[in-house]
Design a binder for this molecule. Sequence first.
Ligand SMILES: [Fe+2]
Length: 346
Amino acid sequence: MIFRQLFDSVSGTYTYLLASRRGGEALIIDPVLEKVDRYIQLINELDLKLIKAVDTHLHADHITGLGALRDRTHCVTVMGENSKVDVVSMRLAEGDKLTIEGVVLDVLYTPGHTDDSYSFLMRDRVFTGDTLLIRGTGRTDFQNGDARAQFDSIFNKLLRLPDETMVFPAHDYKGETVSTIAEEKAFNPRLQVKSVDEYVELMGKLNLPNPKMMDVAVPANMRVGLAQEDIAKRGWAMSASEARELIGRPDVTLIDLRERTEREKHGVIPGSLHAPYPDLAANVRPGGMLHELAAATGRRMIFYCAFGERSAMAVRAAQDAGLTSACHIQGGIDAWKKANGPLLPQ
Ligand SMILES: [Fe+2]
């Protein structure tokens, strides 16, 4: 298991790099824009392939590295379904699993610091974002923060995890690196309250100044989506309603790049093939499944995913590999649903 806790001293942010083995797939949690070069260097040194970049919530104190990592590594960007970010490649909800090869994290919706705060549980450790900090809790006075919701997230979700579960937060300002659920139960001064009302009162009295970066970071972090217009300008995109007219036509193949769990949750476009995004490079190169299919049938390849990001990156890779008919459904299944496109249960 590869587990790295990386630190940005300017914002006091912890970023976590996870992988099950050298040479394998990697996932990064809460990357900071200014540190992206360092992450990529480490990923290369450890011979890893970055598959997913995840933010626990929309940060107010630093600009996220999600967009830059996606542009440079073609990884999938991930946030919770309640996030106000414009576009990410994948959105998760309570009970979903966040997976890469050899690593599975359970998704917990833990609102309170913000209304889009999520925690991720990996067996013996939990990544708590700014919901539960070491001997502290994330402030609840902006970004739809809610001390009552945070009390519920902490007391009824996080503190119910096994006592020995390690707590890895998104921030620390005193140099603490890790804690446990038992330690926080016993020694976190904010958690020594007798009722939710007492907690709400405590959080209401904090009177903290806004983060220095807030006016810059929040708007920047809400616009991390890949610019899909560029793909459209090249004629490599179609709208969901245009794609709907093509269902069942013998000269097109619809290709679903999403994961099995996304297909089960949202359904699939009738007649489409499943070719998961992480296998894309292998599938579009000569000898690969999609390359050979296009060559043998002459059909137009129409990629789709959840929101159009993975499919936009797939179109570029397919075009680079010589599949000149490749295009995608702009906006993905999200746009497809809005256009009343038919979906079959998976
Ligand atoms: Fe935060």
